[in-house]
Ligand binder design. Structure first.
Ligand code: CP
Length: 297
């Protein structure tokens, strides 16, 4: 595989082998070295988890990393992103991890890079966040491996969430028994890729094995779509009370960053059912598996 752009590119078998490889890295802590590669992080949108985990993943594989500061790069002088990538390629960089607020951005630039270069989509607009979906599934499989028996609920801004989109794709790929998308009407997709949409938190969480909370993306809320956040918290917040609808051993997940007291209460985010930091930990191993796949196939 040359580029890693979205979940729809990969088969269930390939996703499984990426998860197995990431679990192998996690358990063995002995890593191959791929010295003849250099990775550049090109993040046009803020990130903590994704950017740093790709940096650590590359380091673990013996790969040099450059974090391009896009605020002080020549793109500020009008250089096109394609020219930035060709310039960095001339210096020997062959792996580009790209996050951008425009849907399809990574897919578009993947068509114009040199032979031998790899583009990894680290999140494009509201469209796709494929490495997040893989690390999420890895985290679920570690604790509840019988995916076909699971009820998974995703709660929040389904309409604008690239995480929700990629999770729907991977849930469909693996034949998750029951995927429920819980959101206020304003945040319902016009048609779900996979799963049932509901406005009822009680119905959606009933007997859930896994609950994925989504961040309320306050920076995306315009005057037209402004929700009453107090009302949102009361109707859709993940609290000890609302999670009583789910199974007692429910896994609580969230891609982060979290808004404490809005989409999730601190006692839930920090509680014994929370796998939020496990997702972050698994992100390093999953991104190692993705980088290795691209440079070895
Ligand atoms: N989950 C995620 O993409 O987090 P960051 O924005 O911190 O990378």
């Amino acid at each position: 595989m040359k580029h890693f752009l979205e979940i729809s590119q990969i088969s269930q078998g390939l996703a499984r082998s990426l998860i197995d490889r990431a679990l192998f890295f996690k358990r063995n802590r002995r890593y191959p070295v791929y010295k003849d590669n250099t990775l550049a992080n090109l993040f046009y949108e803020n990130s903590t988890r994704t950017r740093v985990s790709f940096e650590i993943a590359a380091h673990n594989l013996g790969i040099n990393t450059i974090n391009l500061d896009l605020n002080s790069s020549s793109e500020k002088k009008g250089e096109a992103v394609e020219d930035t990538i060709h310039t960095l390629t001339a210096m020997g960089i062959n792996i580009f991890v790209v996050r951008h607020n425009r849907n399809g951005f990574s897919q578009a630039i993947a068509g114009s890079v040199d032979e031998g270069c790899h583009i990894i989509n680290a999140g494009d607009g509201t469209h796709s966040h494929p490495s997040q979906a893989l690390l999420d599934l890895m985290t679920i499989i570690e604790h509840k491996p019988n995916l076909q028996d699971l009820k998974i609920a995703i709660v929040g801004d389904i309409l604008h969430s690239r995480v929700a989109n990629s999770l729907q794709s991977i849930a469909a790929l693996f034949g998750i028994k029951d995927l429920v998308l819980i959101a206020p009407e304003e945040w319902h997709p016009s048609s779900a890729q996979f799963g049932q949409v509901t406005t009822s938190l009680q119905e959606g969480l009933h007997n859930a094995d896994v609950v994925v909370g989504l961040r309320v993306q306050q920076e995306r809320l315009t005057a037209n779509t402004q929700l009453n956040l107090v009302s949102y918290q009361q109707k859709f917040g993940l609290t000890a009370q609302t999670l009583a609808y789910a199974k007692p051993d429910v896994m609580i997940m969230h891609p982060g960053p979290i808004n404490r007291g809005l989409e999730i209460d601190s006692d839930v985010a920090d509680g014994s059912n929370s796998f939020i930091l496990r997702q972050v930990e698994n992100g390093v191993y999953m991104r190692m598996a993705i980088i290795e796949l691209l440079i070895t196939s």
